[in-house]
Write a protein that binds this ligand. Structure first.
Ligand SMILES: Cc1cc2nc3c(=O)[nH]c(=O)nc-3n(C[C@H](O)[C@H](O)[C@H](O)COP(=O)(O)OP(=O)(O)OC[C@H]3O[C@@H](n4cnc5c(N)ncnc54)[C@H](O)[C@@H]3O)c2cc1C
Length: 485
């Protein structure tokens, strides 16, 4: 039975009968809440440690130069420029290697700080790494030229013909292309496929830089410990990519032998893809997590899609639910049963495990309901502990609604839906509920004691985050799964 609360109770339509609602008894197990808070503190500490480790690795790269006695040449301007150029090159290259490790999808890193955080730091390092590498080229060209009494253009000509330097210039060109196409303003104008192909140039950039580092560097000379350290950095970074982006996913996919079982259309643009395989429960995927999926047909093999589980996997079954957005999703919702599937994951921290507070507040819109549906199934919730709001343009567009209702009924979770067009001023809720005075606080009266989980279209989610922050919810208790790249 669905009950609609009539105004003035400024809350949207309540969908579950048994839920004692936010005013209910609420969660027992102070110990559970303490455990959660401890875990959340631990994760924040590790996350901060990561940032410190990045800076420390940069400082270690600079220390390679200091330890080589390079500052002995700082008696002249050319010596200073050359020294600064060498340090910029070492630190810039170090940051590029750190970016590779962060993008390698290492499960331990994902479990500690989450995929989004790792990729966030990866993106933040892009520009500083490029500026340092550009500085490396400019400062060395000026320093070497000054030492020989020649202008930078002539010096560049000489460097261009120096062994291994042509690879270094090509590596720089590749890096410039990668960073420029990854600038938000530029990326938005590119198709994901084009951006992805250009981004593969990052490997050309990393590999192209190696020869001149080992042949022309005054720091990484034969027999010096600095050279061993530097080669070890490359082995770790490139090794992480090979192992976690290629080998592990390949072994995992072969081990679980996943194939498409059937496609089930839920709405006119959203379908559930039912998958079958072996020992899928051994993937230890948490509800709310996602995988990178590759579907092996001639029309789909080349485009990997990150898609969240929309139900907790069993030993032989898993499910993802996909909204047709572009070419790729229209093709993967048209797959034949038996289509082979490879995957990497699970990834992400949009799970019950990331909670730090006693209560759970969830708002999901459109296909953003998929990780929420799986997370609810995977969470041990007390009656009244959780409140879930599902936002949809209209009732027919609600995805997995019946499953959400039975999960909510079983757990004593309050489940609300907000349907209808968005407000004139945008925002996350319908104009109708806004006019009725519904706000985040009226929906979640115990917001101060809750983790807020948000999943849906970016602009919609950003407006919700803005309202949550304005309502005093600290960022550490806001968990968001972004569906765009
Ligand atoms: C962590 C995560 C979980 C997701 N879970 C789901 C889900 O459960 N159900 C669902 O329907 N969608 C989900 N998505 C979104 C889904 O990945 C994209 O909608 C899909 O890949 C679009 O592909 P396309 O070829 O149809 O569209 P395109 O036309 O190629 O792209 C449309 C938009 O989709 C995004 N996109 C395309 N390919 C990728 C990619 N490989 N990585 C990231 N973004 C991409 C880009 O923002 C692009 O602008 C998720 C995305 C992320 C990042």
């Amino acid at each position: 039975m669905t009950a609609t609360l009539t105004p003035p109770d400024r809350r949207p339509a309540l969908a579950t009968a048994s839920a004692s609602g936010p005013r209910g008894r609420g969660p027992r197990g102070g110990e559970l809440a303490r455990q959660r808070a401890r875990r959340a503190r631990g994760r924040r500490f590790v996350s901060d440690l990561l940032v410190w480790a990045v800076w420390a690795s940069g400082a270690a790269a600079a220390a390679l130069y200091l330890a080589s006695g390079g500052m002995a040449d700082w008696g002249s301007l050319s010596g200073v420029l050359t020294g600064l150029g060498i340090v910029a090159g070492l630190v810039g290259s170090d940051f590029v290697l750190v970016m590779l490790v962060l993008a390698a999808r290492i499960p331990l890193l994902d479990a500690a700080i989450g995929h989004d955080r790792a990729m966030g730091v990866h993106r933040q390092l892009g520009k500083p790494a490029l500026y340092l590498i550009l500085g490396h080229f400019v400062l060395l060209t000026l320093g070497y030229g000054l030492a020989q009494g020649i202008d930078p253009v002539t010096e560049t000509g000489i460097l261009w013909t120096t062994p291994d330097m042509i690879w270094a210039y090509l590596a720089l060109g590749a890096m410039v292309a990668v960073v420029i196409t990854s600038l938000v303003a530029v990326r938005r104008k590119l198709s994901y496929e084009f951006w992805y192909v250009v981004h593969l140039l990052s490997y050309v950039s990393v590999l192209g830089a190696i020869p001149h580092q080992l042949s022309a560097s005054s720091v990484l000379i034969e027999g010096a410990w600095q050279r061993g350290y530097w080669i070890a950095l490359y082995v770790v970074a490139l090794g992480s990519i090979v192992i976690f982006r290629f080998l592990e996913p390949m072994i995992q996919s072969l081990r679980h032998g996943m194939t498409v079982e059937r496609i089930e259309w839920l709405t006119n643009d959203t379908a559930a893809i039912h998958l079958r395989g072996r020992d899928l429960d051994k993937l230890r995927a948490r509800g709310g997590q996602f995988f990178y999926w590759r579907f092996w047909t001639s029309r789909t093999w080349w485009h990997v899609h990150p898609l969240s589980l929309s139900a907790a996997p069993t030993a032989t079954r898993a499910r993802i639910t996909v909204r047709v957005l572009g070419k790729g999703t229209s093709r993967i919702t048209d797959l034949l049963p038996g289509t082979r599937v490879s995957f990497s994951g699970p990834f992400g921290l949009f799970t019950d495990a990331a909670r730090g507070a006693r209560r759970l507040a969830v708002v999901a819109a459109g296909v953003g309901v998929t990780p929420v549906r799986a997370m609810l199934e995977d969470s041990r919730l007390e009656p009244g502990e959780a409140t879930v709001v599902v936002r949809s343009s209209h009732d027919d567009a609600l995805i997995h609604w019946d499953e959400l209702r039975s999960l909510a009924d079983a757990q004593g979770t309050a489940l609300y839906r907000i349907t209808g067009p968005r407000g004139r001023t945008g925002g996350w809720m319908s104009q109708r509920d806004r006019d009725r005075g519904v706000t985040l606080r009226t929906v979640f009266p115990q917001l101060d004691d809750s983790d807020l989980y948000i999943c849906g279209p970016t602009a919609w989610a950003d407006s919700l985050v803005a309202e949550a922050r304005a309502a005093g919810v600290p960022d550490r208790r806001i968990h968001m799964e972004r569906f765009d790249w």
